[in-house]
Write a protein that binds this ligand. Structure first.
Ligand SMILES: NC(=O)c1ccc[n+]([C@@H]2O[C@H](COP(=O)([O-])OP(=O)(O)OC[C@H]3O[C@@H](n4cnc5c(N)ncnc54)[C@H](OP(=O)(O)O)[C@@H]3O)[C@@H](O)[C@H]2O)c1
Length: 188
């Protein structure tokens, strides 16, 4: 995966991954942290559609703007920080649903991912939590539960990176067009 898009470089990077894929050196290629605008630019110019886009996805950051594009293009959404880095575990709405099924808040969130067809990668350093997080096959959220969690969306990043201009090679907050490398990409 391209870990995140650096403007002015990500199209070339994608092209390099396509070459590795065509050469048979890697079996699948994908992206991470590509928002709708940058993913559209890749799709406009790519020969191979990314397999996944690994995005921050959790109850307060549901990536609603990009999901129709992912569905249309057949790109798998993979959720990083699915538990909001732990912060979503204290949400009272999720806690109530967890009590209803005799499950934990983590299990409810991961089941909510699963029922929407979202691949999810929770992290824990505790063996018992890793086991707990895998045990989501013995219950099913009803539509009311799904709707209640969907309503928690705040379109909000739970982590620090909004303040870090990570798309730009010089760390400045410039417009995407300043760093667009589509011309270079098109000529290669
Ligand atoms: N592509 C990217 O740019 C990107 C960025 C960030 C993260 N990621 C990936 O996403 C993975 C997960 O993200 P994340 O670690 O930020 O957040 P997360 O999985 O949403 O949350 C991890 C936190 O939740 C706690 N936790 C996990 N399961 C729990 C449970 N059952 N009960 C109570 N607490 C629980 C963990 O604590 P303990 O460890 O103490 O159990 C840890 O503090 C990472 O491993 C990383 O590979 C990718």
């Amino acid at each position: 995966m391209v870990h995140w898009p650096v403007d002015g470089r990500y199209l070339d990077t994608w092209k390099a991954l396509e070459k590795l894929y065509r050469d048979g050196r890697i079996r699948a290629i994908g992206v991470s942290n590509f928002d709708k605008e940058r993913l559209e630019r890749v799709l406009d110019r790519a020969e191979i559609v990314p397999t996944v886009d690994q995005l921050e996805f959790n109850p307060i950051d549901q990536e609603k703007d990009i999901r129709p594009l992912l569905n249309l293009a057949g790109i798998q959404l993979e959720a990083w920080s699915p538990l909001g880095g732990g912060s979503s575990l204290n949400d009272p709405v999720i806690g109530k649903i967890a009590d209803k099924y005799g499950k934990t808040s983590a299990q409810v969130i991961l089941r909510w991912n699963y029922q929407q067809g979202i691949v999810t990668i929770p992290k824990s350093t505790h063996k018992e939590r890793i086991i707990e997080n895998s045990q989501i096959d013995d219950f099913k959220l009803d539509n009311g539960d799904i709707d209640a969690i969907n309503e928690l969306d705040q379109e909000k990043r739970s982590l620090w990176y909004d303040d870090f201009f990570w798309h730009n090679p010089n760390g400045q907050k410039d417009s995407i067009d300043k760093w667009d490398d589509s011309e270079k990409f098109a000529n290669n």
